[in-house]
Design a binder for this molecule. Structure first.
Ligand SMILES: C[S@@+](CC[C@H](N)C(=O)[O-])C[C@H]1O[C@@H](n2cnc3c(N)ncnc32)[C@H](O)[C@@H]1O
Length: 222
């Protein structure tokens, strides 16, 4: 007999933590709930990891938005946010980031973005789903405000190489690690928050590739 595993329904307070795309940006194209004074940090592909939850707790003065496309993982995040008593400065969006980033954020509105272990989708027929490609990274770059950081982590060397080539094509981004393609350990171990996948890869002894970039201060010179 097949045993079906069923997740318990979200409680009212867990459900209330879900933010919808139309809440993020107003119907007139202006900022919706994002139109306030806080710096906005975006994490793409949160999975069920607490990195963004911890950051929101450590930096109550900033707004943290996490996007996850898999509903089951997204609901697990809502539950974790409730358990950790995350505050109003955390917003979780269930969406495909390749669409939502463009639709939900104004140009130069983000104070920082991280992409932590996005799936490499190694098969050619799945290549269009890769986030680390020029079209998506250009979208991200256009949403970053001047000097805002972009952090990428991956364990897949081919994906790292592809990302590096794509990043070189985006003139508005600047390398923050003295022209090195990537680092093989975090730039600042003290403030570094390890994710679930990162912990798994590190304990398996796999190399991890860390990218640190920022939006150029004066994009007109790019
Ligand atoms: C390998 S997991 C990493 C999870 C977490 N960041 C970590 O490091 O532990 C990648 C996550 O990104 C999500 N993801 C992949 N493509 C996405 C997209 N286009 N939009 C939103 N989430 C996406 C996947 O569903 C998955 O949960």
């Amino acid at each position: 007999m097949t045993r079906l595993s069923r997740q318990r329904r979200l409680s009212e307070s867990e459900s209330a933590r879900e933010v919808r795309a139309h809440d993020l940006i107003a119907a007139d194209g202006g900022p919706g709930i994002l139109g306030h004074e806080k710096d906005i940090f975006l994490e793409v592909g949160t999975g069920t990891d607490t990195h963004i939850l911890e950051r929101s707790l450590n930096h109550p003065d900033q707004l943290h938005i996490g996007i996850e496309q898999t509903r089951k993982k997204f609901e697990m995040m809502l539950r974790k946010a409730e358990r950790l008593a995350c505050k109003e400065n955390l917003k979780l969006l269930h969406a495909d980031a390749s669409i939502a980033v463009n639709e939900c954020f104004l140009a130069e509105s983000l104070a920082g973005v991280c992409l932590l272990f996005p799936d490499p989708w190694p098969k050619d027929r799945h290549a269009r789903r890769r986030l680390l490609q020029t079209s998506f990274l250009s979208q991200i770059a256009s949403k970053l405000r001047p000097a805002a950081p972009l952090e990428i982590r991956t364990d897949d060397v081919e994906y790292a190489r592809q990302a590096h080539q794509c990043l070189l094509e985006i003139d508005s981004l600047e390398n923050m690690i003295n022209g090195q393609s990537w680092l093989e350990s975090p730039i600042d171990p003290h403030s570094h928050i390890e994710t679930i996948f990162e912990h798994r890869f590190r304990t398996e002894g796999k190399p991890i590739y860390y990218f640190y970039l920022k939006k150029k201060e004066d994009v007109s010179l790019a």
